[in-house]
Design a protein. Structure first.
Length: 91
């Protein structure tokens, strides 16, 4: 799967989880934060494509939401090394 397709899938997953996705400039990598009731994921817009994908995958893996697609699970498993679709988590 192309990197741009991976990024698009991860962006859609973040939005489906009810988070606002923002690309901002700054001296940071990015991550998930909560400001009052707002749920925001901020990613450094100057990161290379792979960095943006990794940051979004890391946020999703930490949230560990139920019902993720197998494609997103494969991306996260490959990048982060966690198994969101392991047998233990389905039982």
């Amino acid at each position: 799967m192309k990197k741009t397709a991976q990024l698009t899938l991860l962006e859609a997953a973040i939005k489906e989880l009810g988070y606002t996705l923002r690309y901002e400039k700054g001296n940071f990598l990015g991550g998930e934060c909560r400001l009052r009731e707002d749920r925001v994921v901020v990613v450094n817009k100057f990161l290379p494509l792979e960095g943006k994908i990794y940051t979004l995958a890391l946020v999703i893996s930490k949230l560990n939401p139920p019902g993720l697609s197998a494609e997103i699970g494969k991306i996260i498993d490959t990048l982060i090394g966690t198994s969101l679709f392991s047998k233990d988590k389905r039982e």
